[in-house]
Design a protein around this ligand. Structure first.
Ligand code: HEM
Length: 417
């Protein structure tokens, strides 16, 4: 049976879940000719590959330099020296000993206890943003509100001065956009320039903090670099990764989480009545609209999945967003259910590369939704139709116009719809 789909089409952005469902139904996982990879959409298949140490993110040491170059040119990843050095090469794209060493250096900074110390920073920033916005009749929840938060919080964690955080956001967006299916030369130029400027900024900041260390992540990383735990390039690429991995993903899940609450007024009412359910509701938001739905692994040895043989050299596309709607794992997977339990979704991945920032992402979400539900009795959608971003690698609304009201009233008729 022939099957194809266009990840850049408006139809896929509107509803990727129909395609995911078709992919899950194939007896043998589907090889996509355009993407040159086997797309995995079932929960079990993805968990099997993500936890297999022979399935790697990088092809270093597996392919010859000539093959690596050919692949780079095909993907339009070439002739971008800063991007190749600091973005295409990173903790996320390393494996084995290098990956373990780099991950270990920052792991302790992202535990629930450590990121919990950022709560007052997140709260103060969110309160100030809402104070400014509440004078508007309506505003765009994604671009006027959510988009400002993660860059500020991650910047604060790293030790970037608050006035520079908006610039971090612009660089991060330009770099990350180039990861998706649309790798036009225009986007390439923007990504390379942003990486170079970001690099120059971090070099200056490193210089300044070397002389006057503070209680921030960048000062700790400088000390680790001096002790030989990072090369100078690894220092820069790790700083960039922390920002880029956590920025767009948080904005997208804030937008889709809000949109989902608006579509499920019954669940939202329950949340208002019992705010202790918020951590569970947030867990469900990550499952229901996973903001980073697609990653990959390269097989360094043969592997059998459901009786089908895949030789070493196969690239697998891990559709975490599809796993999270797999009826084999979740009852009524297309229903948003804040009481869902257990809810072992794969939105943060699984195995060696499990997201380092998941506690920080949850903290941001908890503070923001707790504040919104406490401050506003009514939150209304102020548009007829919401569009989602195109592409395979990201999931989130492009804009989400909302109106906020303080007053209490007959909630049933006015609350979120
Ligand atoms: C907001 C929602 C977020 C989602 C859905 C998410 C998702 C993911 C996923 C799925 C991976 C694994 C990639 C793979 O399997 O190949 C990952 C890795 C990573 N994430 Fe996140 N992430 C989020 C937020 C953050 C934040 C806030 C940070 C840091 C500030 C962060 C930092 C990282 C890092 C450093 C890695 C690489 C880990 C490694 O390779 O060992 N993420 N993330």
């Amino acid at each position: 049976m022939s099957f194809s789909f266009d990840p850049l089409s408006p139809a896929f952005a509107e509803n990727p879940y129909a395609t995911y469902s078709e992919l899950r139904d194939f007896d043998c996982p589907h090889f996509d000719v355009d993407l040159e990879m086997v797309l995995l959409a079932r929960y079990e298949d993805i968990a099997t590959i993500a936890t297999n140490p022979a399935m790697l993110r990088s092809l270093d040491g597996i392919e010859t330099p000539a093959q690596a170059r050919e692949r780079q040119v095909e993907a339009n990843w070439h002739d971008m020296p800063f991007h190749e050095r600091f973005v295409q090469t990173s903790l996320l794209d390393s494996d084995g000993d290098t990956h373990r060493r780099l991950r270990k250096q920052i792991f302790g900074e992202f535990t629930a206890r450590r990121v919990g110390k950022l709560e007052s920073t997140v709260q103060a920033f969110v309160d100030a943003l809402l104070d400014d916005l509440q004078h508007s009749d309506s505003f765009d929840f994604v671009n006027d509100f959510a988009a400002h938060i993660p860059g500020h919080v991650i910047g604060h964690l790293l030790g970037v001065p608050a006035e520079d955080c908006p610039q971090l956001r612009i660089w991060s967006e330009r770099v990350v956009q180039f990861f998706d299916v649309d790798r036009s030369d225009k986007r390439k130029q923007l990504a390379e320039t942003a990486t170079r400027e970001f690099h120059d900024y971090l070099v200056d900041l490193r210089q300044e903090r070397s002389v006057r260390p503070r209680d921030d992540l960048i000062s700790k990383m400088i000390a680790d670099e001096r002790s030989g735990h990072y090369s100078p390039d690894e220092f820069i690429s790790t700083c960039m990764l922390i920002l880029m991995a956590g920025h767009g993903s948080t904005i997208d899940v804030l937008g889709s989480g809000m949109h989902t609450l608006l579509k499920y007024p019954h669940e939202t009412r329950q949340l208002r009545e019992d705010p202790r359910q918020l951590p569970n509701a947030i867990q469900e938001m990550f499952r229901y609209e996973s903001p980073l739905p697609f990653f990959h692994r390269h097989a360094t040895e043969d592997v059998i999945l459901r009786g089908h043989h895949f030789p070493a050299g196969t690239t697998f596309g891990l559709l975490y967003g599809a796993a999270n709607r797999d009826p084999g794992q979740f009852a009524n997977p297309d229903r948003f259910d804040i009481a869902r339990h257990p809810n072992r979704h794969l939105a943060f991945g699984l195995g060696a590369h499990l997201c380092l920032g998941n506690n920080l992402a949850r903290l941001n979400m908890r503070v923001i939704f707790e504040t919104l539900l406490r401050r506003y009795r009514v939150i209304e959608l102020a548009a007829d139709h919401i569009t989602y971003k195109p592409g395979l690698s990201v999931r989130g609304p492009t804009a989400l116009p909302v109106k906020l009201h303080f007053e209490s009233g007959p909630l049933d008729s006015r609350l979120l719809h």
